[in-house]
Ligand binder design. Structure first.
Ligand code: ADP
Ligand code: ASP
Ligand code: MG
Length: 438
């Protein structure tokens, strides 16, 4: 069985849904993961914001507008009155449920329920549509098998057991539809796998059922060699190693959710990135294979804060690094980049919730300075240290850009460079010119 995930744009209209239906009925056995229609989850966030602010009229206005949009899409999607009415009723029940939250206390708990509704709508629409056109498909409720544990990490064992059991009665069925993104937490409450988390759902399912392949269908023909939102003439990368894809996803390549590679890699299940708008394009294959001697792609991660700790006593002192990192650990703040010299260490973080507390502690160890609004630029490829010339090519591309930190040699796959936010686009473009233009 293959797992096929379609993102928000891919199911963004009735017409798109019909195209997806066409793609998934390909004679193979497929488990299909759907996102909410494009824009829906953002709108649900906005609705929740009105509920938090105790403004039911504000919420209602947006709810009504969203419901009207869905009525139009349903009208266009279905041809028979039977399926149209059936779907309208199901969707109306969902919108009534959302409206009901205007009455009581609104907390994080209720917000999670509201945010879950987008995927519940898109999947009921798709499943009903497939049934209308005579395709046998089964809707698998994600809230019954996708679960996180007490550390908010996916409980893969639970998913494995429950999903296998849910599939058992349907050995003759070739098509299953399910919701991305949504899950329950360890206490049984509705939760989610973070924004963009439908990719994660697909890869967790892939690992749970030991799928032959995980396909992430989106609005672009695979992982490009640079961020197409900032650089012109980027081109798709045909093949990536799991580690390369993980680095790119973590460092800002939006096409893949950062957590999505891990389960696929553990199960050694190939991941293919494909384009719904151009289904015959080869896309990108992510697997355990490496293409030697090649820089593959560049990505950028925004919202980075750099912290430098200088200490005259670091000279020959053991234990200094441990003390520094213990502070970040105490405040549960992950460190991304690290560079060191004899007199100091620089690190970057992207979560600044505990910045003040961290700085207060660090100041006991040395002189501390902070640079905010920085960007990590990540160059990914076969960067084993014995391959000569690649790191110098990346660094020389940035000859006109002030670089705050450079990190190389931490893995065989990446060089990270820290620059100012205002230099991001210039840096990405210069790297493309130096690394990929013939
Ligand atoms: P979906 O809704 O299908 O999950 P996303 O919007 O999350 O789609 O991801 C696809 C988008 O990722 C593309 O439209 C593109 O703008 C953006 N993107 C950023 N970096 C890259 C990259 N290196 N390669 C391809 N797409 C990228
Ligand atoms: N619908 C969710 C979001 O917009 C999950 C996803 O699309 O992956 O974040
Ligand atoms: Mg996405």
């Amino acid at each position: 069985m293959k797992v096929l995930k379609f993102g928000g744009t891919s199911v963004g209209s009735a017409q798109r849904m019909k195209e997806v239906a066409n793609l998934i009925c390909n004679g193979e056995r497929n488990l299909v993961v759907l996102s909410a229609m494009a824009g829906t989850t953002n709108t649900l966030v906005e609705i929740s914001d009105y509920f938090y602010k105790k403004n039911p009229n504000g919420a209602n206005e947006i709810i009504n507008k969203l419901e009207t949009k869905y009525k139009r899409e349903i009208d266009e999607l279905f041809t028979t009155e039977e399926y149209k009415q059936k779907t309208l009723q199901a969707v109306k029940a969902i919108f009534d449920h959302i409206r009901s939250f205007s009455k009581d206390l609104f907390t994080l708990f209720e917000e999670k329920i509201v945010l879950a509704q987008g995927e519940l709508i898109s999947t009921v629409m798709m499943n009903n549509y497939l049934n209308e056109i005579g395709v046998r498909s089964v809707l698998l409720p994600a809230l019954e098998y996708m679960r996180t544990d007490k550390n908010a990490e996916p409980d893969l064992q639970f998913t494995k057991e429950h999903l296998t059991k849910m599939l058992e009665p349907y050995s003759g069925v070739n098509l299953f539809i399910t919701q991305g993104y949504i899950c329950r937490n360890a206490y049984g409450e509705v939760d989610n796998l973070q924004r963009g988390g439908s990719d994660y759902t697909a890869s967790l399912i892939g690992a749970a059922i030991n799928a032959d392949e995980i396909q992430i269908w989106t609005d672009i023909d695979g992982m490009h060699n640079n961020d197409p939102r900032y650089v012109e003439n980027t081109t798709p990368v045909r093949q990536l190693h799991f580690e390369e894809a993980a680095e790119l996803a973590y460092f800002g390549a939006k096409i893949l959710h950062p957590t999505c590679i891990q389960p696929a890699k553990l199960g050694n299940i190939p991941v293919r990135l494909l384009n719904t708008m151009e289904p015959s394009a080869p896309g990108t294959l992510i697997s355990n294979d490496t293409e030697a001697d090649k820089i593959k792609a560049v990505a950028a991660k925004d919202g980075i804060t750099a912290i430098k700790i200088k200490s005259s006593r670091m000279l020959l002192a053991h234990g200094f690094m441990r003390k520094v990192f213990e502070i970040f650990e105490t405040y549960q703040t992950p460190v991304d980049m690290v560079t060191t010299s004899e007199v100091g260490v620089s690190v970057t973080i992207d979560n600044t919730k505990k910045l003040q507390e961290i700085l207060d502690e660090l100041k006991k160890l040395g002189t501390v300075s902070v640079d905010e609004d920085m960007v990590i630029i990540c160059v990914v490829g076969d960067l084993e240290w014995e391959n000569i010339g690649f790191e110098s090519k990346a660094v020389s591309a940035l000859k006109d850009v002030p670089v705050r930190m450079i990190s190389y040699g931490g893995s065989n796959y990446n060089i990270s460079l820290l620059v100012r936010k205002e230099d991001k686009q210039k840096a990405l473009q210069a790297l493309s010119r130096n690394l990929f233009d013939n």
